[in-house]
Design a protein around this ligand. Sequence first.
Ligand code: NAD
Ligand code: ZN
Ligand code: ZN
Length: 400
Amino acid sequence: MKAVVWKGVGDIGLEDVQRPKIKEPTDAIVRLTASAICGTDLHFVRGTITGMKPGTILGHEGVGIVEELGKQVRNLAVGDRVVIPSTIACGYCSYCRDGYYAQCDNANAEGGTAFFGGPKESGPFDGLQAEYARIPFANVGPLKIPDEVTDEQAILLSDIFTTGYFGASLAEICDGDPVAVFGCGPVGQFAIASAILRGAGRVFAIDAIESRLDMARRQGAEVINFNTEDPVKTLKDLTGGIGPDRVIDAVGVDAETSTRGPAAKKAKKEKEEFQEERSKVAPEANPDGKNWVPGHAPSQALMWAVESVAKAGTLSIIGVYAEDSQFPIGQAMEKNLTVKAGNCNHRRYLPKLMDLVRSGQFDPSTILTNKVALTDAIEAYESFDTRQDGWIKVELMPAA
Ligand SMILES: NC(=O)c1ccc[n+]([C@@H]2O[C@H](COP(=O)([O-])OP(=O)(O)OC[C@H]3O[C@@H](n4cnc5c(N)ncnc54)[C@H](O)[C@@H]3O)[C@@H](O)[C@H]2O)c1
Ligand SMILES: [Zn+2]
Ligand SMILES: [Zn+2]
């Protein structure tokens, strides 16, 4: 079968690989009808998140048809159409029982959050940018898709709508709160949507890519381009000098800083520090022209977030960071901030969000901008990696 394979930093390819087989009685084999590319996959190719094992199939978003079931999967039948949550969880340990599926004790002997297509510490498990996949703990993870919900909608529930919702939940948003979302990539777009669903009074959206800011504006956000304005000053100016009460970081370790506009001067002064941090988080970067370039300012979004949030406010970090990432802890402490972070507990929110989609209360497919055949995945990765205009969220179609 065909699959997108991580071969090295800056080196991925569409390869012919072995079709997966059932290994455990709680496994299922799913024939994928949709997958997608996530910002997290970009970290692995840019080398800002390390520890990938060559040969690992990438991808942690999937929708498909159940082809085969292990003996202990009693809730699914062959032929069922399912969405697969990105994280893998046993469903019976104390963490799973409490809804912390991303901290499951049993899904991963390595101890880290178990998910498809990730580094060694995450399993590793082969991913979902493929024609078929083995789904461990299929008795717990996959959720049947109601007939009214399309593949285009369901694929966004696999990871990013769920993660945006998780981010809004960590941010402790109450009715009427002013909320800022750093990063208007696909995850940021769903953080904006989820902040609105959870009752935010105002949502500010920060990025430097106009097409992404346009999408945020269409959702009702007040947009700020960090290459034309100082984002911290503008957030304060727009909130009576106080700052937003809740801030969500949907950027992560490949952050950029201002190259133009009023914030560029300060950024220039911090260039060396950022360079040093960057060489620590991405020791093996392997850019190919404009592709696979690690972000120039790894902790910039965190710094802006802590600077701009109101005193005693909440910071929710859903952007992925490296072990060597820096955080302005002194400033956060002095401001009495609440800081919450983590990998999404996908299975906890999936049924609720599926129902929002099924009932027509929210259509996630408005965030999907591109659909390409799995065979064109590498070109799609390249366009998404350079954040080309209009390439916000890409669905991959294994059957096309
Ligand atoms: N916690 C989780 O479970 C989870 C799940 C999925 C994705 N993620 C993470 O969420 C993050 C976003 O994913 P994505 O798919 O949207 O990626 P993306 O790379 O498409 O989006 C990142 C966006 O941030 C913008 N940006 C860069 N620097 C910025 C700054 N200083 N301030 C504001 N915006 C800035 C970029 O222009 C881009 O639009 C990634 O780190 C990804 O790994 C986390
Ligand atoms: Zn993801
Ligand atoms: Zn568990």
